[in-house]
Write a protein that binds this ligand. Structure first.
Ligand SMILES: [Zn+2]
Length: 139
């Protein structure tokens, strides 16, 4: 059993709403009121039109695996018990891509383009971590 704590996300002023949403098991992204673009990671202006007029909105949490790697080597002692684990780029239905883990299936079952949905894991210290599980198009 591993007693070493995992690193905890430390929200910036720009990413704080994202983490507050995660705490409520909601995936929130910035949504531009000028051009309609969703974007991630958080920033002070729209990445398409540079407008600073945006709102944080809950998105579906649905997407597809754009790319992934399987970690067989341990880079942090707190993750040793989880080897092998999957680090993936998820392309959300709303467009943005984010980096996360695929959970709930053996790593050998992970494939590019499989549909996924967000789930939230307790990261300790009051933080919930958005991760993704494979779904069969049924939600
Ligand atoms: Zn925009």
């Amino acid at each position: 059993m591993n007693s070493i704590a995992k690193p905890v996300p430390r929200p910036s002023a720009e990413s704080l709403p994202y983490w507050e949403g995660a705490r409520e098991k909601k995936l929130l992204l910035q949504h531009c009121r000028s051009c309609g673009e969703f974007w991630f990671p958080p920033s002070a202006h729209c990445r398409r039109c540079l407008s600073q007029d945006f709102a944080w909105e809950e998105v579906s949490g649905h997407g597809r695996i754009y790319s992934f790697v399987v970690y067989h080597r341990n880079y942090h002692p707190a993750f040793e018990d989880e080897l092998p684990y999957v680090v993936a780029i998820i392309e959300l239905d709303e467009g943005p891509r984010l980096l996360s883990n695929i959970v709930g299936v053996p790593s050998q079952d992970v494939r590019c383009d499989l549909p996924v949905r967000a789930v939230f894991e307790d990261g300790g210290h009051g933080m919930m971590i958005p991760k993704f599980e494979i779904c069969n198009g049924q939600w």
